[in-house]
Design a protein around this ligand. Structure first.
Ligand code: HEC
Length: 124
């Protein structure tokens, strides 16, 4: 019983602090949780994945100084809300044999929207 109560208290406080987040903090959190292992949003800061600074409106595979897969370079995709949403939902389904591995996609549409909102805000 004590464990159950403790669990409930944790769940409640998590729910409350989640609700207190400003919209952009929640978006940043979604990015941090899902993408930051491999991507920075800082300009020119390429890691395991390319910098995502200014990615909205950019042609796929064109970030300077990053060794993209041929598939991504040759794709005719320009990143906008629609293409980003499809790519993040299912990278291999949208651009087969790309090199964004082992990331397998985010099923939750709300989380994808938060991440795209964050990328659109073009954080420095
Ligand atoms: C396991 C590491 C990893 C994770 C996690 C990851 N990515 Fe990537 N991402 C990559 C790599 C590597 C590439 C380059 C792929 C290629 O060259 O085919 C890439 C490419 C991209 C591109 C294309 C960029 C361009 O300039 O064309 C976008 C957009 C992108 N990732 C968004 C995301 C988002 C948003 C997330 C989180 C939801 C995410 N990625 C999670 C490694 C990752």
């Amino acid at each position: 019983m004590r464990n159950l109560l403790a669990g409930l208290a944790v769940a409640l406080s998590a729910a409350c602090s989640g609700g207190a987040f400003a919209a952009d903090e929640a978006s940043q959190e979604a990015f941090n949780n899902n993408c930051r292992t491999c991507h920075s949003w800082k300009k020119g800061d390429n890691r395991l994945g390319p910098s995502l600074h200014g990615v909205v409106g950019r042609k796929a595979g064109s970030a300077e100084g990053f060794a993209f897969s041929e598939t991504l370079k040759k794709s005719s995709v320009t990143w906008d809300e629609g293409s980003l949403d499809k790519f993040i939902a299912n990278p291999d389904g949208f651009i087969p044999s790309n090199n964004m591995k082992p990331f397998t996609g985010i099923a939750d549409a709300g989380t994808r929207k938060q991440i795209i909102d964050f990328l659109k805000s073009n954080p420095e």
